[in-house]
Design a protein around this ligand. Structure first.
Ligand code: HEM
Length: 356
């Protein structure tokens, strides 16, 4: 007798598919006790079916699926939604912060929750990389969701998938579009500060640099322009937009002078301003209208509308909210599929901050 669950695990089969295999194998082994020819034929057919099931399972390995936890953690989505609702009603900005946390995870060696790992004696993590230090927030919210999920579905759901669901919920709670989240990512066992420093685009980036940073992750210029619409929510520190409001030429003068009031030429690096001055806490298409009015807060934002290849798309998103919503949702699914760890790669961390 062999253990079919172990067999399924050893060949990298995901939970939702292993049940198919197990039933195929168990009917095969029960029929093998019969000596009749019809039973022998049945047994042979079952074996063929088992092999086909095996092939099918191996073929889907490496792909994500919205149904991944349907049988192993059916309440997952409502657990995440409840916690995100609580977090966003406590502080609306948290919806934005979790969205950015997901972006900064996916762009550094894939959506594998590597950003959530604290530094250890064996590696320097991503939390203190330049683009993340004193800036990325929401780690405690992910910890709280993870501990709720563990209570119901122990050692089953990855931190990477929790982050993907929480980011979608944050957008929805701020009034933005929804999408179906692909699931089945596993968690990294290491993190890379140097990859975080080199893969995440900075606020001084040119259009060419933005396009190339996204292209390196398999995302088009159109995806990049749609995803940048995330800057319709949340805040930036003075240090991120100082040179924009003191030195850029393509900035609305009234807007720049208003922003200079709370962002001195020196000092006050941490002073905050809304990325979207019109509706800071609502996920809408005002970000693009700001760009057309030369009121992008970051230099990199205004690069999308500065007589370049993305100008017409920016105008289109600014005047057609549903065109933006549709493209944003599709691009989020694409971004969420960057190099996931699947099958037996990585692990299901029990605590998002450390490797098991
Ligand atoms: C296109 C290249 C991008 C650049 C150069 C960029 C840069 C930045 C910078 C500099 C900040 C302010 C950080 C601070 O001062 O503390 C920021 C905030 C933010 N970014 Fe981006 N970002 C980009 C793309 C994205 C994408 C693709 C998303 C999500 C899909 C995103 C979501 C956000 C959000 C929501 C905030 C506000 C976070 C908060 O309030 O906590 N950004 N970004």
């Amino acid at each position: 007798m062999f253990d079919t669950t172990e067999l399924a695990a050893s060949i990298n089969i995901r939970p939702c598919h292993s049940s198919l295999l197990i039933s195929a194998f168990s009917s095969s082994s029960s029929s093998s006790s019969s000596s009749s020819s019809s039973m022998a034929a049945f047994s042979e057919r079952t074996l063929v079916l088992s092999c086909l099931a095996l092939l099918a399972c191996v073929a889907v390995d490496g792909q994500l699926s919205p149904a991944f936890y349907n049988s192993t953690c059916p309440n997952l989505q409502s657990i995440v939604r409840t916690a995100m609702t609580r977090a966003v009603s406590k502080e609306r900005r948290m919806g934005a912060s979790i969205l950015r946390l997901f972006f900064h995870d996916c762009f550094v060696n894939g959506c594998d929750a590597s950003i959530l790992l604290d530094d250890t004696s064996t590696f320097v993590g991503e939390k203190n990389a330049g683009p993340n230090a004193n800036s990325v927030r929401g780690y405690d919210v992910i910890d709280a969701i993870k501990s709720n999920v563990e209570k119901t579905c122990n050692a089953t759901v990855s931190c990477a998938d929790i982050l993907a669901l929480a980011a979608r919920d944050g957008v929805v709670l701020l009034g933005g579009p929804t999408w179906t989240v692909q699931l089945g990512r596993r968690d990294a066992t290491t993190a890379s500060q140097s990859a975080a420093n080199s893969n995440l685009p900075g606020p001084g980036s040119s259009l060419a640099q933005l396009i190339s940073a996204f292209s390196a992750k398999g995302l088009s210029a159109r995806d990049m322009t749609a995803l940048s619409g995330a800057h319709t929510v949340g805040q930036a520190r003075c240090i991120s937009f100082r040179s924009r409001v003191y030195s850029d030429a393509n900035v609305n003068a009234t807007f720049a002078s208003l922003r200079r009031q709370s962002c001195p030429a020196s000092g006050g690096d941490g002073n905050l301003a809304a990325l979207d001055a019109q509706t800071a806490a609502a996920f809408d298409n005002k970000y693009y209208q700001n760009l057309v009015a030369k009121q992008g807060l970051l230099h990199s934002d205004q690069e999308l509308f500065n007589n370049g290849s993305q100008d017409s798309l920016v105008r289109q998103y600014g005047s057609n909210a549903s065109a933006f919503s549709g493209d944003f949702a599709a691009a989020m699914v694409k971004m969420g599929s960057i190099s996931p760890l699947t099958g037996s790669r990585g692990q299901i961390r029990l605590n998002c901050r450390k490797v098991n």
